[in-house]
Ligand binder design. Structure first.
Ligand SMILES: O=C(O)CCC(=O)C(=O)O
Ligand SMILES: [Fe+2]
Length: 351
């Protein structure tokens, strides 16, 4: 490999975790006064069956109501009946697991750079509190944004499988946006029309090595996803995701073959805040590594999104302004030390 400046200072957490008794200072999460609770109560997240939602039987209405309640109360739901087989999801999962099991030299062939943030790496070049995780971050759609040079050559099936998964999630995302519209009493195409064509899809394989002190470090710090929708393929063996609800952390269980569907900031905006993008974080495990595959779906950066007209009224005024390229909003918010959703709210009545 040609060693870049970035890869020279890169410290994979995977390597750090070997023979580590205490995480280095930079990984100690000091941003909260409370200790990290690795075993909070379990969140009762409804399991939504897409087959049942799309059927013409009366159970479809019940399922739609369950979806509405679930998204209103926790901003996410567990989706089954999505049409992807268990063995296909296992294959998607294993291309990530196999990639992180490669020797470092091999993984570094996909190393991200300052010019191209896609690829393998973590945030160890940054100075803030670091997260106990390594990642493989790849734009998978639209085609002209894909940087295949950052995609692993090994395992050999990686590219074909991730592209197949992308196509399946693309279709699933459209269906989910339609059922979310219906659950808000909007016409089925309402959210999808705003979402538009040539949307962005990003795959992020999150690898969390076992950590000697889960009470001191986080796999991912508290955040809300900047997406429209996130689909998360969880680790079947090891849990770690937590969602903040009513100012308390809850752990998210893994449901076999379900995809966890997370409402992102951009659906929060389009729904005029009826659906909230949940704040979540990831805790580590002292015994076992964990890996997840997140698929982030967002409108194309040229697209404007705003609260649906039908959801604005005298009693429920418009809460967010019209925004374009939410990644720019995120950057602006980061510079101002605010949450992106707060920036989307500023001066909304002026637009
Ligand atoms: O790994 C997880 O459980 C969640 C990861 C996550 O929140 C993210 O990638 O945005
Ligand atoms: Fe997230």
């Amino acid at each position: 490999m040609s060693e870049t400046l970035e890869s020279a200072v890169f410290k994979p957490v995977q390597e750090l975790a070997v023979d580590c008794n205490t995480p280095p200072e930079r990984y100690i999460y000091t941003c909260s006064n409370e200790a990290i609770d690795v075993n909070p109560p379990v969140l009762d997240i409804p399991v939504i069956d897409l087959n049942s939602l799309q059927s013409s039987s009366p159970s479809a209405d019940r399922e739609l109501e369950k979806l509405r309640v679930s998204v209103t109360s926790c901003g996410c739901f567990q989706l089954i009946g999505h049409g992807m087989t268990s063995s296909f999801l296992d294959q998607v999962y294993s291309i990530g697991r196999d990639f992180f099991a490669l020797p470092l030299q091999e993984k570094l062939k996909c190393f991200k750079t300052a010019e191209n943030p896609q690829g393998y790496g973590n945030d160890s070049e940054h100075s803030e509190v670091l997260e106990w995780t390594d990642r493989l971050y790849l734009v998978t759609s639209p085609e002209d944004q894909i940087k295949f040079q950052a995609w692993p050559q090994s395992p050999a099936i990686f590219r074909e499988l991730l592209q197949e998964y992308t196509e399946k999630i693309k279709l699933l995302n459209e269906v989910v946006l339609k059922v979310l519209s219906r659950s808000l009493n909007l016409k089925a195409s309402c959210l999808l029309d705003q979402y538009g064509e040539n949307a962005y899809m990003i795959a992020r394989f999150n690898y969390y090595p076992a950590c000697p002190r889960p009470d001191l470090t986080l796999g991912v710090k508290p955040h809300a996803d900047a997406t429209a929708i996130t689909f998360l393929l969880q680790d079947k063996q090891v849990e770690g995701l937590q969602v903040l609800k009513d100012d308390q952390w809850f752990s998210v269980p893994t449901v076999p073959d379900a995809l966890l569907v997370n409402i992102g900031d951009q659906v929060e905006i389009m729904s005029n805040g009826i659906y909230k993008s949940p704040v979540h974080r990831v805790v580590t495990n002292s015994e076992r590594e964990r890996m997840t595959v997140a698929m982030f779906c967002s409108p194309n950066s040229t697209r404007y999104i705003e609260p649906a007209e039908e959801l604005i009224s005298k009693t429920r005024p418009r809460l967010y302004k019209k925004v374009k390229n939410y990644f720019d909003v995120c950057f602006e918010s980061y510079q101002q030390g605010k949450l992106p959703i707060e920036v989307a709210k500023e001066g909304c009545d002026e637009h």
